[in-house]
Design a protein around this ligand. Structure first.
Ligand code: GRF
Length: 222
């Protein structure tokens, strides 16, 4: 059965791009929404849609700068999403904190990727903060979104080593390469039903656990 997936971006959009390029399933309809007109990811997806006759990708721009109140932006976003009726909404470098009204409307369908091993380093500038804290290990987390920022239950984490000579951009690149593996994987599990949110909690099949164990990724219950 066709699944409907919304990808919310603000800037570069590399996670969105790998998700679109990995061709996770022919049965996914995508809606990409950007909140900034200068998002490079939006430019990429416009080109993609322009150059292909049938991509199964819709796009929308809802500039958050046009709204003085965050809650009004959230409502405009929700209205567009409700028209699309997404099974899942993936935040992929979406640089807005969404209010509780929005989050509660999509709970169990709303997922984020964050560039740290949560609960370490929520918020911004995670790579520099990891370097400053001299941690030996850093990484990325995919998690369900709840009303607390970067606080929802973790689905999967990709650890990477921190090398003493690392610059912020070295570390960011190492983490991003892992993001590009785990976010498409999570979407494929959501689409296949191997990963579910039901009655207020996460459920996943053994296949998810095995994949994580085989490839060195972490799930909270492994
Ligand atoms: C990624 O590091 C993601 O974890 C964070 O924002 C960054 C977005 O990168 N939430 P991109 O726009 O997907 O390239």
């Amino acid at each position: 059965m066709t699944k409907r997936v919304a990808l919310l971006i603000s800037g570069r959009g590399s996670n969105m791009r790998v998700i679109l390029e990995k061709n996770i399933s022919a049965d996914i309809q995508f809606l990409v929404i950007a909140n900034r007109a200068d998002s490079a990811g939006l430019v990429y997806v416009h080109d993609l849609v322009h150059n292909a006759s049938e991509t199964g990708i819709q796009t929308a721009l809802i500039p958050s700068a046009d709204f003085t109140q965050g809650v009004d932006f959230d409502r405009a976003l929700q209205q567009r999403l409700d028209q699309f009726a997404p099974d899942f909404v993936l935040l992929a470098g979406f640089m807005r904190i969404l209010g509780s009204e929005f989050v509660n409307a999509f709970i169990g369908r709303l997922i984020n990727i964050h560039p740290s091993l949560l609960p370490a380093f929520p918020g911004l500038h995670t790579h520099q903060r990891a370097l400053d804290a001299r941690v030996l290990e850093h990484g990325a987390s995919v998690h369900w979104v709840t009303t607390g920022v970067d606080e929802g239950e973790v689905i999967i984490q990709a650890p990477v080593p921190v090398i003493p000579t690392d610059t912020e951009s070295d570390l960011a690149a190492r983490v991003l390469a892992q993001e590009h593996i785990i976010y498409p994987a999570v979407l494929s599990w959501l689409v296949s039903g191997a990963l579910r949110w039901d009655s207020g909690r996460m459920h996943y099949d053994d296949s998810v656990l095995l994949w994580c164990q085989n490839y060195g990724y972490r799930t909270p219950h492994a």
